[in-house]
Every structure is written in C-alpha cells, then in structure tokens.
Design a protein around this ligand. Sequence first.
Ligand SMILES: Cc1cc2nc3c(=O)[nH]c(=O)nc-3n(C[C@H](O)[C@H](O)[C@H](O)COP(=O)(O)O)c2cc1C
Length: 365
Amino acid sequence: MTEGACYQFVADPSARVGEDVLEDTRRAAAARWSAVRSRRAEVARRPDAPGLYLALAPMDGITDAVYRELMTGLFGGASGISVCVSEFVRVTREPVPAAVLLREIPELERGGHTRAGVPVFVQLLGGDAEPLAETARVAAALGAPGIDLNFGCPAKTVNNHDGGATLLKAPQRIAAIVGRVRDAVPAEIPVTAKVRIGWDSGAGLEEIARAAASGGAAWLTVHARTRAQLYQPPVHWHELARARAAIPIPVVANGDLRQPGDLDACAAQSCCEAFMIGRAAMARPELFAEGRGLRGRLELAELLAIVTEYHDALRAAGLGEGRAVARVKQWLRLAAELDGRAAPHFAAIKAEVEWATIRARLAVS
Ligand SMILES: Cc1cc2nc3c(=O)[nH]c(=O)nc-3n(C[C@H](O)[C@H](O)[C@H](O)COP(=O)(O)O)c2cc1C
C-alpha cells in the first residue's frame, strides 16, 4: 500500500451505524455502566474483566518509567490505575532492538509490571507491519504484558513519515498492521490499538474501528478528537458510541476525563464503560482512586509534595538537574491548566532554575 492511497480514503456513508442500532447500544450501555459502576472499586486489568478499567494514558516526554513508578505507587500502591501504556516507541524500517525496549520500558526486567504490580503495555508506532511485528515479538519475549499500536499521534514529523494518525486515512492498513502484529505475539498477550475518531472528521470511525477489530485487536482506545483538532476542544465523546456499536470488542474512551463525574457523563454519551486518563493525572493524580470512590481530592500541598518526590525520583534515576527541573515545570504547567490552585505555584517557579529555590516555593502547608 502506498502512502498516496491514504489520501484517497473517503468514508463510506453506508458503513455508518444506523440510529436503531445506536438506540439499542445506548440501552445496553446504560445497564453495563451501572453494573461496572457498582463494582468500580475493583481494579479491572482489562476492559472486559469485572470491575472498572482506568488506564493511564501514554504521554511522550511525560509518562516515562519514573512517572509510571511514582503514579502506580501512590497511596501505598492503591493508585487505582489498571494498566499503564508506555510512551510510543517509534519503529521505522528496522525492528527496534531489545536493548532499546529495555531502556525505554525498564519494567520489562520485572515481568512488565511496575513495583506496585501494574502492567505496562509497550506502545509501538509506525506504518510498516513487518518491523512492527518483529519488534512486538521481541517485546513479548522480554515479558511485555500487552502491545499497543499507536494510530493517533498527530505530530507532523510522525505523520509525514507514515506513522500515527496518518494511518486513520487508510483503515485497511490498520487492519493489516494489527493482524501482522497479532500473528507475531503469543495469543495470551493482548494486542490493542489506540486511535482518534478520524483525520479531519469522525465520518470514518466505524471503518477504523472495524479495521482494528478485524485485525484481531483485543480492545480499542479512542481519543475522542480528530487529528485536525490536535488537543483543541471540543471532545466528541458521543461519537464513540458508533465505534462501540460497530465492533464486538471493548472500546476504551479517552479525552478530557478530568473529574470523577466525567466518567458518568462520558459513559452516558460514549456507551463505553472503560476509560483512559492522561493530562488530568497531572492535576489530579488521585483521579484513578477517586473515580473508584476510594478517596477524595488531594490537598494542594499533597500534590506539590508528589511533584517534589517526582524530582527526587528523576534525579535518583540519573537525570541531570536541568532536565529534572524542566520535567517538574512541565508537570506544574499541565496541572495549572486544569487546577487554578496550582497556577500561582507554577507562576512562582516557571522562570526559576535553582532546584533549592523551587523546592522551597513548592513547600506550602
Ligand atoms: C504531551 C503528550 C504526549 C502524548 N504522547 C502520546 C503517546 O506517546 N502515545 C499515545 O498514544 N498518545 C499520546 N498522547 C495522547 C494521550 O495519550 C491522550 O490520548 C490525550 O492526551 C487525550 O487524553 P487526556 O485528555 O486524558 O489527556 C500524548 C498527549 C500529550 C498531551
């Protein structure tokens, strides 16, 4: 398949799910969500297992092994996180060697789990099925508990090299890649896919979802935005209902889940009962446990203490002071975007370079 063929993709209106099917899906979804909600304290490790599935979203440049360890270790290991997905590992012409996978996902040395026992799926990104399949085979042999395929990254540098969201324009290529990767790893290891609702509209979402399912994906995570939207509002949770109705595998809803009540709102609109949370975890690391009804909101001082702990963990892992400080600022910037309480603290440190000064400014009571 040539890249040119991608640009000829026109969504087939007859592939859309009808209103009658959608109505049935909504009815069934309400019952499913009510059952899942009543067992929400139980951590489901798969979206089709009993309990509530709340995955920590992959975020390149943020959710590295140090962050995953910190987040899953919160509250004595009762973080509420079902699964982490690694930052994407880019696969171009050659398979990625084991040494690189072990460097990016050091949890593979411990059976692919964080110390708190949370599985870490290895996310691969690329447009070439063969090296993706071989890399997935190596990751599985190293102990990856699951392989996730990234078809949602909107970065121009990635999309211009036939990776990430570009594949949304060629659902048949998504089917082929998922199928090839599925064949390459043992049957008990789930292969999953992460997509957006489409390139510049959601009109082809059913075709994208069917492609992933026909390739053998165990479940499909959908960021409820188009690639054209990047990270801009609005988020289209309601569009996910069409994917849910179109395929027999679970659909995990993602995008702008920021507070516990959003799970109910998103479930009602998307017909999904499994969720992935990314940026809100920076403002509200407790959201996974909070969404399970296990704890309340953290005080600002507790959040700032977690950010300080993050700095120390980065330094202990060998990161230079400048880069550790940059990571702290990135965390607080994202937190401040969602939580006004963090904004003055970000403002107070954003131009500061000395860690001792920053630490002092974060130590509020
Ligand atoms: C800085 C940043 C980096 C990201 N990196 C990845 C990535 O490596 N793989 C991926 O599938 N999605 C990536 N995403 C997308 C997120 O996983 C998620 O789909 C998106 O942020 C929407 O969810 P949220 O509103 O809960 O953050 C990234 C998002 C951000 C903000």
